[in-house]
Unconditional design. Sequence first.
Length: 456
Amino acid sequence: MKIALLRRLSSAAAFGSLLMLSIPAFGAESTTGQPVTFSKDIAPIFQAKCQDCHRKGTAAPMSLITWEEARPWARSIKERVVTRNMPPWHIDTNVGIREFQNDASLSAEQAGKIVKWVDSGAPQGDPKDMPVAKTWSNDDEWQMARKLGAPDMVIKSSAYTMPANSQDQWWKPLADIPVTEPRWVRAVEIRPGTVAGRKITHHALAHLVQDNDPDAQKYSDAPGGARSPNEAGTLMEWAIGKSYDEYREGTGKLLLPGSHIWWDIHYHAVGETIRDHVELGIWLYPKGQEPKHRTYLVGFQSVSREGARLDIPPNSVVMQDGYNVLKSAARLENFQPHMHLRGKAMSMEAILPDGSTQMISNVDRFDFNWMTNYIYTDESAPVLPKGTIVHIKTWFDNTASKKGNPDADQWVGWGDRTVDEMAHAWVNVTYLTDDEYNQWAATHKKTTTTSRRGGN
Ligand code: HEC
């Protein structure tokens, strides 16, 4: 563990030498004796793992559809693939849970082929070997629509005009949710209303406000839970790079008649005046279908809540940790670290009532531009007993070698602005009764002791 840690904290120079080491290793893995060509080997990988973002008209800097388009980027592609910066899947695959519903990573074999292709001069090969081109849906489409069709309702915030130059702004309008009877939510997706709006929208929280919620107490009891008595928790958090939340079978969020969305949208000036709003797509369970459990979006803190102290001196790397006690047994559905520009890594570990610990997940290459949500599978989602402490550890890198650090000579503390820092993990938590936990434990004993502990 110590060695792994040191590596993570290594300077740019040391990192460079690690890079050199890993290239031949990748290459060796894919040695098949056959030349690796774009048409035969690389195009299918790009189709599967890159083109969703890398095609004309998207936010990505270049298209990776044809050889002509990809060829000039070969060096950069190799660098991003070897450093695991692209695709944006920045979780440490050597520890903790390894199965994710939305895994976007390259397999070692795919990464190896890309490296070998670049190292051998990025050849095109025979165009006849090209796979059938993929057709892409309109970029304006909701991502969840590919799976569930159009959303049942779209709720928009009122628009806000962000001046070209300004301090960060927080826009907090209320919006009605048009339900006339209790309805269960199956999936949600948030997006800035326009492509221009993506540049200024740092995050958007959709809090759910409803009177007479029978479970209101539970929301305010959850670590990082509701702040007002009629706030039924947060429906969804969105930040740059995140897309949707789909609740696991048998779980969901409940909308009551008279509900409102209380938006909390953080805008960041980018040198041009932009007016935009944010949209929330909601997919409902069919009428009459009631999931057994309500899921609560919890912000597990990585600092002590009182005073939220965070002290990041200039030119330093700092580690910070926070402890969140589960008041009942629970299943953690996902892991989504939230930090700002100096965020380097965040891990989530369970300290069990018997004193043992389990590493759940560790994002070791956090990148502010990619607030990726790592969603566990039905089988891999960790189920923890009452009294478990969810330990969130965060590393900040305020040195000049941290990519995107605006000024390593600044002291940085806690704050809402993009240039301040914060540290918490957004996790959808499904609380279980002790009976449900015991039932789960009886059928999962083996996996908890072998694979989970093994991951530590
Ligand atoms: C979820 C969307 C997404 C996916 C998937 C994705 N990229 Fe990217 N990529 C981006 C965006 C946006 C940028 C620009 C911002 C950044 O660098 O993070 C980028 C940047 C890059 C760059 C840097 C270009 C430069 O400026 O030098 C390379 C290289 C790259 N991607 C390669 C890939 C490859 C190869 C894959 C697939 C194996 C891939 N990307 C998958 C969205 C994506």
